[in-house]
Design a protein around this ligand. Structure first.
Ligand code: GLU
Length: 470
């Protein structure tokens, strides 16, 4: 039988990094084994599920390039099937009507609490058939009374739960709607899921699901429960810690390759290797290599991985992502240097693509003012002569490129017997509007010669005005 994994999010919000990591591990395991990867939308909570969340989850998966081979399936389209299985469980004596009221169930809990026992439903309707008329009822699963359930968890090792710990859980509410544990079991069974990879917040559900599967004579999948992700304070990762939505990471300027690589390492390792291409991840990933302990999210490390990919992936490819950020920031790149050239010169200098877009504006847009601090420091009367001289030399260049530009700067410094900085810094501020840029020869070569000359004139005008005011 071929291997099948699934990602089964509830569409009650965006795709968060924890979900993305679960999806990644499921996807990797299927890829590695030539199996199927299902996307299943668990939308039975009608009040909290939204189409926007479904879209957001799919956007996140698409952005990370985690493609499903089957689905998406929607649980709300499968209610007839759940009804059928619930009936099957009733018919086979594995489920029953329970007429206990909410107050009665609460009283059972109270009693258990008072005795210091585990709170559970006491099974009072388990063997009764004297059903009252016109009273609401739920359907409960007849959990075995003795013995135990063993989960051979691929991540956590063997987990043994005594059936005494479990009560008869509700599988259909009084309106007939199925509950989470029932729908998951039916779907995993019908969809031929062989490996359930999910967050360990579900580990308490697993023995219940195994018992239902057994009652249905359905094959048992393997389970892999992935420990949760913590924030830097050791608490479960949440909005309080900053971005948790996958698409927020896109907006913040991370490459999908970086987030994926970061997530694969967050909870799994292969020696001390940090960087994994997609192909390597698929080849080397294994559920048994996952950590048993929770992992802490570390933004500095994500930034490091992002920098690695900005520098090492094909600049043409990185440029496609940069283009999105330029657009976000309202910078038209229709004229001006190819974005791949920007990637080549700026990748070393930034943490994210968002930052790269921010500091590359002057390549595409004219400015009307210079950065105040940079101007104050570098556009002073002493800079007038070097700026004028370098402008003359730049103007006479017939072949505008890094080398000829550098020669012009060098010659100016030599002629005026000035250090390079005394020429370079005013020129940098003039050409880019601020005091930071890649090396001048490279920066200027990416700008049209005419534009550089005009900007130097602008800077000279600022110096003039300053002289007049002093
Ligand atoms: N729908 C569940 C959730 O989003 C996951 C169920 C499962 O993986 O079994 O938490």
């Amino acid at each position: 039988m071929s291997l099948t994994t699934r990602f089964a999010p509830s569409p009650t919000g965006y795709l968060h990094v924890g979900g993305a990591r679960t999806a990644l591990y499921s996807w990797l395991y299927a890829q590695k084994n030539g199996g199927e990867f299902i996307l299943r939308i668990e939308d039975t909570d009608l009040e909290r599920s939204t189409q926007e969340s479904v879209d957001a989850i799919m956007d996140g998966m698409n952005w990370l390039n985690l493609s499903w081979t089957k689905g998406p399936y929607f649980q709300t389209e499968r209610f007839d099937r759940y009804k059928e299985v619930i009936q099957q469980l009733i018919d086979s004596g594995n489920a029953y009507r329970c007429y206990s009221t909410a107050e009665e169930v609460e009283a059972m809990r109270e009693e258990a609490r008072a005795k210091g026992e585990k709170e559970k439903y006491n099974g009072m309707w388990r063997d009764r058939t004297d059903y009252p008329e016109d009273k609401p009822f739920v359907i409960r699963f007849k959990n075995p009374l003795d013995g135990s359930v063993v989960i051979n968890d691929l991540v956590k090792g063997d987990i043994v739960i005594s059936n005494e710990e479990l009560d008869d859980l509700i599988i259909a509410r009084s309106d007939g709607s199925p509950t989470y544990n029932l729908t998951v079991v039916v779907d995993d069974w019908d969809m031929g899921v062989t490996h359930v990879v999910r967050g360990d917040d579900h580990v308490n559900n697993t023995p219940r699901q195994i018992n239902i599967l057994k009652a249905l004579n359905a094959p048992l999948p393997e389970y892999a429960h992935i420990p949760m992700i913590l924030g830097d304070d050791g608490k479960r990762l949440s909005k309080r810690h900053g971005a948790v939505s996958v698409m927020q990471y896109r907006d913040d300027g991370y490459l999908p390759e970086a987030l994926l690589n970061y997530l694969v390492r967050l909870g799994w390792s292969h020696g001390d290797q940090e960087i994994f291409s997609r192909e390597e991840m698929i080849e080397l990933f294994d559920l048994t290599g996952c950590n048993r302990a929770p992992s802490a999210f570390n933004t500095d490390k994500l930034i490091w991985v992002n920098q690695h990919y900005m520098k090492s992936l094909d600049p043409e490819y990185v440029a496609e992502h940069l283009a999105w950020h330029m657009k976000e920031q309202g910078i038209s790149t229709e004229s001006g240097p190819a974005l791949s050239e920007i990637v080549k010169v700026q990748a070393e200098r930034v943490k994210t693509l968002k930052e790269m877009a921010q500091i590359s504006r002057y390549f595409y847009q004219d400015f009307t003012e210079f950065d105040a601090t940079a101007a104050k420091k570098h556009l002073r009367p002493v800079a007038e002569q070097p700026l004028q001289r370098v402008k003359e030399k730049l103007a006479s260049i017939s072949s505008w490129q890094g080398e000829t530009i550098q020669q012009a700067i060098n010659a100016t410094a030599e002629e005026l017997e000035l250090g390079m900085g005394k020429v370079g810094m005013p020129l940098r501020v003039a050409a880019t509007g601020a005091g930071n840029s890649p090396s001048l020869d490279v920066t200027l070569a990416l700008l049209p010669q005419e534009k550089v000359l005009t900007r130097i004139d602008m800077a000279l005008a600022v110096i003039e005005a300053r002289k007049a005011n002093s």
